[in-house]
Design a protein around this ligand. Structure first.
Ligand code: ADP
Ligand code: MG
Length: 498
């Protein structure tokens, strides 16, 4: 449910509203670069993935990589944006050592993807719709290395010409939380669509963070733009710092300058790089080496059909068809690997137990999120590195569902699985952990417990009902937790009541 609650920041002279817009750079997942066949592989020796095109040798001509076009269209579709059947590549001219062409090929007036809307979930349970302005394709530049030589700068052109998608939001975000949620949602979407690996450590995704403040309801204020922020945490620090800085400036009677800033992770602050007056005049014009990019609606439709189920659809299906709680569903779909693990586990469990998935889904989701994720978190592992295979996870749950082991014992077995990598059936067998449902055996233990606790029995019969739990506990203790609690309850009640 859309619920608009404005969030204002208090200043000394009244309330302020923060306005944020993000320009996200996402590296296209593709073997080859945007206009050459050179590899995009991360971590190679400097200048080993460089063709004559990437190094801008005279006379070289760009040839468009169709896979990069498909990836941009897939991304646009995953974000629910308008796809433009005709777009244009422009030259963005500037001079820098890591840009051998002297211009970057980008898209300016006619991007490949147009407007759309992204719905994000906020912590208070509300949602917010954030507009996307456009997505355009562009080349990455090379990398200047200032730390290789005391007096010289080296240039690595491996990244030169790698395809980037720039995803530009509307200035629709009003808090650091909203900006973080929007960025994470875009990351989830590109990872589902397989169009960007979302790997922020390797620079596959980064954002330019635009921040301004205004009095509630007033015109948009002057913004600062902090470049190349490469984690969600840093993004939130930038927003917090810029908000404070701009409010303080304005309240002291000063004005915010439109400028480009940089973030310093060590101090959590931003500082000015250049003002608007120093801004480049990029002299954009259509690249004469490239024809306008045109494709058919059929090309787009085929890509749409081949897209995997997207996170919002998946979440709704988990909630509506399988009865998973909204919270659990949101956690599971945030990473495609988690959702895939859960769904395969559920398939396997349904197969093993012969029960319907909707009967099993809640328990399976609780186990994946509570037990498995808990254990992974402790060891800093991701789901793809899980020490517990899908097969063993499903087996553990199946043992619990068919009554072979109790829920309490299942936790112990899981601990042993994590430590030893053994399969749960083997552990249950070796350690003799099978649940005891044999009424004769349980009966005998109940009798012992009652004989040993005559005083408690008298108190129970005198009206202290709560002692029922004490007796259950004693029986469980005597059986090392192996007695079937349901059977214990059934047998104990009549004996205590006498
Ligand atoms: P440029 O290309 O010069 O950076 P754009 O108009 O493309 O400028 O805007 C870039 C980003 O800045 C967009 O994400 C947009 O939403 C955001 N933005 C524009 N005006 C403001 C503002 N007043 N406050 C915060 N963000 C803004
Ligand atoms: Mg910008």
């Amino acid at each position: 449910m859309e619920q608009f609650i404005p969030k204002y920041v208090q200043g000394a002279t009244g309330d302020w509203e923060v306005v944020i817009g993000l320009e996200i750079h996402a590296q296209v997942a593709s073997e080859a670069k945007l206009f050459s066949g050179s590899s995009t592989k991360f971590g190679a020796e400097p200048n080993t993935h460089v063709s004559f095109v990437c190094s801008a040798m005279p006379g070289m001509l760009p040839v468009i990589n169709e896979e990069c076009i498909r990836q941009a269209v897939r991304t646009g579709l995953a974000m629910g944006c308008e796809i433009h059947l005709r777009s244009v590549f422009d030259r963005k001219n500037y001079f820098y050592a890591d840009l051998p062409q002297g211009y970057q090929i980008s898209q300016f007036k006619d991007p490949i993807v147009g407007e759309g809307e992204i719905v994000v979930d906020l912590e208070d349970g509300t949602t917010k719709t954030i507009g996307v302005e456009r997505l355009h394709l562009e080349q990455d530049a090379g990398k200047s290395m200032h730390d290789q030589h005391p007096t010289q700068t080296y240039v690595d052109l491996n990244r030169s010409g790698v395809a980037l998608m720039e995803i530009v939001s509307k200035p629709d975000m009003r808090s650091a939380e909203e900006a973080g949620a929007y960025f994470r949602k875009i990351r989830t979407l590109v990872r589902y669509a397989g169009t960007c690996d979302g790997n922020m450590d390797q620079g596959s995704m980064r954002a330019d963070v635009n921040v301004s403040v205004r009095r509630p309801g007033a015109e948009l204020g002057i913004r600062s733009e902090t470049k190349n922020v490469n984690s969600v945490r840093f993004m939130m620090q930038v927003i917090a710092f810029e908000t404070r800085r701009q409010i303080d400036l304005l309240e002291d009677g000063g004005e915010v300058l439109q400028e480009t800033r940089q973030f310093d992770p060590a101090s959590g602050t931003t500082s000015s790089l250049r003002s608007k007056e120093e801004a480049h005049d990029y002299r954009y014009f259509p690249d004469p080496d490239l024809l306008p990019l045109e494709f058919t609606q059929e090309f787009v439709d085929d890509l749409a059909k081949a897209l995997p189920e997207l996170p919002d659809d998946k979440r709704n299906r988990l909630i509506n068809d399988l009865g998973v709680s909204a919270y659990n569903a949101a956690v599971l779909v945030a990473e495609k690997e988690s959702a895939d693990y859960f769904e395969s586990l559920l398939d396997s469990l349904a197969h093993k137990t012969g029960k319907a998935k909707e009967e099993l889904a809640t328990q399976a989701a609780n186990w994946v999120i509570g037990d498995l994720f808990g254990a992974l978190k402790k060891t800093g592992k991701s789901i793809s590195e899980s020490p517990v295979s899908l097969k063993d996870g499903a087996e553990l749950l199946a043992l619990q569902i068919d009554g072979t082991i109790s829920g309490r014992i299942a936790k112990d077995v899981f601990e042993i699985m994590l430590d030893t990598g053994k399969n749960p059936e083997l552990i249950v067998e070796e350690k003799g952990l099978k649940q005891v449902s044999d009424t004769g055996a349980i009966d005998a233990i109940i009798d012992e417990v009652i004989a040993d606790n005559q005083d408690k029995l008298a108190q129970y019969r005198g009206g202290k009902d709560k002692l029922f739990g004490f007796f259950v506990g004693q029986v469980m203790k005597k059986t090392q937790g192996k007695a079937n609690p349901q059977v214990v309850n059934q047998l104990l009640k009549p004996k205590l009541d006498g």
